[in-house]
Write a protein that binds this ligand. Structure first.
Ligand SMILES: *Cc1c(COP(=O)(O)O)cnc(C)c1O
Length: 358
């Protein structure tokens, strides 16, 4: 018996179709497609009618090009390996004036998307003045070989926050920049801003004048915020282990390393399960429950390759122990404070778990 990480291919595909909602989607496939597997995810998204992809690493962008020769691929981080970007026809962010002035010769023939910084302050042009400066410098540059301005974009850092006004502020700042440039007559082949949270907050629609929503986590089956009904997004991933044996302990017995759990009743039944933090189960996740035969039981201690789950007489050796599936979802634990959806997904150890696409 070995713990298993498995993805239901049909459910993954169907979720992508539902998330897409016949809107133009740029699928974010960074970090090995949120750990679902880059090749698997790109192929399913293509099948679901998505042919624009975005990632943060050039290595992944090149792999996407190999999997999807006709796709549009957008690299969200600026890189310095200009020949590779050109060779694989990858669109890339233009992250600042400093970068532009330093590399404008190197960028010849590369499709760039001007990035507006906004509240996250991770990258991008600070304001309209900076955007105007690059647009004007570019227009005046009569070098026949220069970069190609193909897009305008921003990233909302607060779209999943509801108790603070920041999303409204960053949304308005961006729409002001966008509308001003459009009114001035600038045109952009691609305009994109919305992550999953923003896309759903706007009614699962792309904002006016935008050519794409740049969606990640929803395509992988997790809700970006709590208020969204679970039926809107379906999780195709299952992570499960097995009961190796059950044991009884008595009041006052300490179980697990460092006194992890102290039994308070005699005849406390513990299931020893063959999955642990070495497989990628976060310590914060182990403060909650696991599901055995459709019923939830509390996890009592987490070790590298094992955990203890406190069970009743209905649980036996060889029963399956589900840590995650569509009934006990990643996003449930996100909203219980375990860690971001992507953090729980990224922690999974694909070398120790059996990895299956069914
Ligand atoms: C990760 C990322 C996204 C996708 O965000 P989700 O919340 O997963 O939809 C979009 N844009 C940028 C810049 C990102 O880094």
């Amino acid at each position: 018996m070995t713990a298993i990480w498995s993805v239901d291919t049909e459910a993954f595909y169907q979720n992508a179709v539902n998330v897409r909602n016949e809107q133009p989607i740029m699928a974010v496939v960074k970090n090995n497609a949120y750990h679902y597997g880059l090749e698997f995810a790109v192929k399913q998204f293509l099948k679901a009618g998505i042919n624009t992809f975005s990632t943060t690493s050039l290595k992944e962008a090149v792999r996407v090009r190999e999997i999807a020769p006709h796709a549009t691929i957008f690299l969200m981080n600026a890189v310095y390996d200009f020949d590779t970007v050109r060779e694989y026809q990858i669109h890339m962010t233009l992250p600042s004036l400093v970068y532009y002035y330093e590399y404008k010769e190197d960028l010849k023939g590369i499709h760039v998307h001007l990035e507006f910084e906004n509240l996250l302050h991770r990258s991008g042009f600070k304001n309209l003045d900076e955007l105007h400066e690059v647009l004007e410098d570019h227009t005046q540059n009569d070098n026949s070989e220069k970069m190609i301005i193909s897009g305008l974009w921003t990233h909302f850092g607060y779209a999943d926050e509801f108790d603070v006004p920041e999303y409204g502020i960053e949304r308005e700042a961006w729409l002001n920049v966008l509308n001003t440039l459009l009114e001035e007559g600038y045109t952009f082949e691609m305009i994109h801003a919305q992550n999953s949270a923003s896309y759903y907050r706007e009614g699962q629609q792309v904002l006016p004048y935008h050519t794409h929503a740049r969606v990640g986590i929803a395509l992988y089956g997790s809700r970006p915020y709590r208020k969204l009904d679970t039926s809107r997004i379906q999780q195709s991933l299952t992570v499960k282990g097995n009961v190796i044996q059950t044991r009884e302990v008595n009041a006052g017995d300490y179980c697990g390393y460092s006194f992890a759990f102290e039994a308070t009743k005699d005849h406390t039944r513990l299931a020893v399960v063959d999955v642990g933090y070495g497989d990628g189960i976060l310590k914060s996740r182990a403060r909650h429950e696991a599901m055995i035969n459709g019923k939830r039981y509390p996890i009592r201690a987490l070790m590298m390759s094992h955990m203890f789950v406190e069970v009743d007489d209905e649980v036996h050796a060889q029963d399956e122990v589900v840590l995650y599936n569509n009934d006990i979802r990643i996003d449930e634990f996100t909203f219980k404070g375990v860690g971001a959806n992507s953090e729980q997904l990224s922690a999974m150890n694909h070398d120790s778990l059996i990895k299956e696409y069914i």
